[in-house]
Ligand binder design. Structure first.
Ligand SMILES: Cc1cc2nc3c(=O)[nH]c(=O)nc-3n(C[C@H](O)[C@H](O)[C@H](O)COP(=O)(O)OP(=O)(O)OC[C@H]3O[C@@H](n4cnc5c(N)ncnc54)[C@H](O)[C@@H]3O)c2cc1C
Length: 299
């Protein structure tokens, strides 16, 4: 089957040559050959199985808040998961558990859980991603991470088959999940939360929010660029290596938090990559520490 025939079967949105800079929080990324927002699970299964068979690359995207995508764009299909109208986004199963579509933004999930009096997600306030992206990266803050709440994940495998994974099938550590080793599309997850009250949860949200104030939220960025090395903070090392405020093209090391690279206007992926290289060299030279990227890079 030709890709054109596949595209006629998709119920969701299909775009050709869509600039990915419109779908990344740092505002960087060239055009995708094909850009699809699925409307239901059948759309996802069709795209994934077809691309596997035809040898076409697929890139999964949530809110695009943790990725750096090439200025040349993506040769293949980008499958972006957002809360669709035919998708049952959030379903509270009992007084502990909630089933959530992977495209649901964390912010919406936190708000609804608070209304229901379910606690556990407060640490994620201010993390601008979808649940799927958060699970893939094991997003976290202040010693908490999403992986510890995940009880079950439903994925769509490369052959289009649906598989349900339970605790023993999944592994999470600092900014790592074993989903990073697979080409599986995260479709939905069951999270286990703790009963509380909306007022208590609001209090905890305020505490976590206060701690995030130094992050440059009003700028275009992809969040923290490097992982924290064991026992230290990448931001501290980058600042002390003299990289704060450094600029290449349209990319700048944030003045308020040195582990953020911000787009100050027209930044290219190559500007960010060059800055990352310089930062790595300077930190290695001064502290002997090898920084590892936290963002997912697609070149
Ligand atoms: C201002 C700012 C602050 C941030 N603060 C934090 C923080 O405190 N802690 C933290 O951990 N992160 C932080 N981030 C990074 C980011 O928001 C999180 O990692 C978030 O969870 C990523 O979700 P996303 O939907 O944007 O994923 P994307 O950026 O779209 O994707 C990230 C990775 O997940 C994969 N992916 C996405 N959806 C799926 C899916 N359905 N199935 C399979 N794979 C998928 C993608 O292929 C990609 O490799 C911050 C980012 C910004 C811009």
């Amino acid at each position: 089957m030709k890709i054109e025939r596949l595209l006629t079967k998709i119920k969701g949105v299909v775009l050709k040559g869509e600039p990915l800079s419109n779908h990344t929080s740092i505002g960087i990324g060239g055009p995708a050959d094909y850009f699809i927002i699925p409307e239901d699970v059948e759309d996802v299964r069709r795209v994934i199985a077809f691309c596997k068979e035809a040898g076409i690359e697929v890139l999964f995207l949530g809110q695009g808040s943790n990725v750096l995508i090439s200025d040349e764009g993506f040769r293949g299909v980008v499958l972006k998961f957002v809360d669709g109208r035919n998708l049952q986004g959030i379903c509270f199963l009992d007084q502990f558990r909630v089933e959530v579509q992977a495209g649901v933004p964390l912010k919406r999930l936190i708000n609804l859980s608070q209304e229901k009096g379910l606690s556990g997600l407060e640490f994620a306030i201010g993390i601008p991603g979808s649940l799927g992206g958060a699970i893939w990266t094991n997003a976290g803050a202040n010693s908490h991470a999403i992986g510890s709440l995940v009880e079950q994940v439903t994925v769509i495998q490369e052959d289009g088959e649906i598989k349900r994974l339970c605790n023993g099938d999944m592994f999470f550590s600092y900014r790592y999940s074993n989903f990073q080793e697979k080409s599986w599309f995260i479709w939905k997850a069951v999270l286990r939360l703790e009963p509380s009250t909306p007022a208590e949860i609001a209090k905890r949200i305020r505490v976590f929010w206060e701690k995030r104030k130094k992050q440059p939220f009003s700028c275009q960025s992809a969040g923290c660029i490097f992982k924290n090395p064991p026992g230290d903070y990448a931001g501290r090392l980058i600042e002390q290596a003299g990289c704060k405020g450094m600029v290449i093209g349209g990319a700048k090391v944030s003045e308020s938090h040195a582990n953020f690279i911000i787009n100050i206007g027209g930044a290219k992926a190559r500007d960010v990559l060059q800055l990352m290289e310089i930062i790595k060299e300077k930190v290695k030279e001064k502290f002997g520490v090898e920084l590892e990227p936290e963002i997912a890079i697609y070149l």
